[in-house]
Design a protein around this ligand. Sequence first.
Ligand SMILES: *Cc1c(COP(=O)(O)O)cnc(C)c1O
Length: 370
Amino acid sequence: MERLDRLFEELGAANKDSLGYPGAKDFDYSEIERFMAFPLNNIGDPFAQSTYRVHTRECEREVVSFFAEATRAPHDDWWGYVTNGGTEGNLYGLYLARELHPDGMVYYSEATHYSVAKNLHFLGMRHITIRSQSNGEIDYDDLLETLKIHRDRPPIIFANIGTTMTEARDDIGRIAAMMDRLAIRERYIHSDAALAGAYAAYLEPRPAWDFADGADSVAISGHKFLGAPIPCGIVIARKHNVQRIARTIDYIGSLDTTITGSRSGFSPLMLWYRLQQLGEAGLRARLARSLEHAEYLVQRLLEIGVPAWRNPNAITVVLPRVSPEMQRRWQLATAGDISHVVVLPNVGREQIDALVADLATSRKEDACKA
Ligand SMILES: *Cc1c(COP(=O)(O)O)cnc(C)c1O
């Protein structure tokens, strides 16, 4: 069909030059395309039985189990599922926190993803925005002072493990220790590791972001660092907490523990296949490549006089706001006075050189106009 051919071509062109959004493109799922022939549906809880048998729950459990290990979830006390993306995982974490602490107060930094305010609105949760430091990390002093003021409400910390614009990581260990010192026992910490959750376990030094560091739930996007043609993600939480809110539903013959009822059976298969292909060694290799190229981009930008920077061990490179033309051409996400490039494993030196050359030209043109 001609419309389809045209669309396919346009998407191919658009995909080639996008550098500013965090979705990896180096994937090949052709081996599992044939599963598109089934009305797959992982409705309900991935760990429970279901009357409907056209599903990929086994793959889903293995995917969740892989990430339970990567997030150092407590043995025999974790549960999770494959979501539609980071946003749903964050919604789940906050929902769980609200059920456990109905009078809790949510704290999150001003660099938090835009979807979180919406989630909190859905859930009707009280919340306070905490200042961010200039690198995007939460301001611990502001958090401490604010926690002290609201001692009567259990804190629910929404921590960023890689903020959207600068990939700054809030230190969950430090936040947990802060609450220990204030003798706050009733509390909850959610880790929004949408981008960095797919590789944070392999970073050295390892950031304080997971269950062993004090998190009670972790959300990760599947289509970002891993790369997938359909948005997806993983959420993991402490099982004893989830059990407190689970309900059995006769109609599906399963537990209604997930946010949506019907759930993709293709996404878990995709993630499972991807993890089979890459393994931990593949993930580590992709990370090393991204880190190396991110540093290369910073150096190349500094060479042409652009004050670029990145947070320690981040694959996101931050630069002063680029022109609308550059934003359009390279699909560079821009907010306030900064733009960024996410150096995913598919981004090679050639593409970085092309971007830098383009930016140099565009800066010269702007300088002439000024
Ligand atoms: C991308 C992102 C999200 C949202 O994840 P989706 O998979 O797009 O729903 C949430 N938080 C952060 C920090 C992100 O980078």
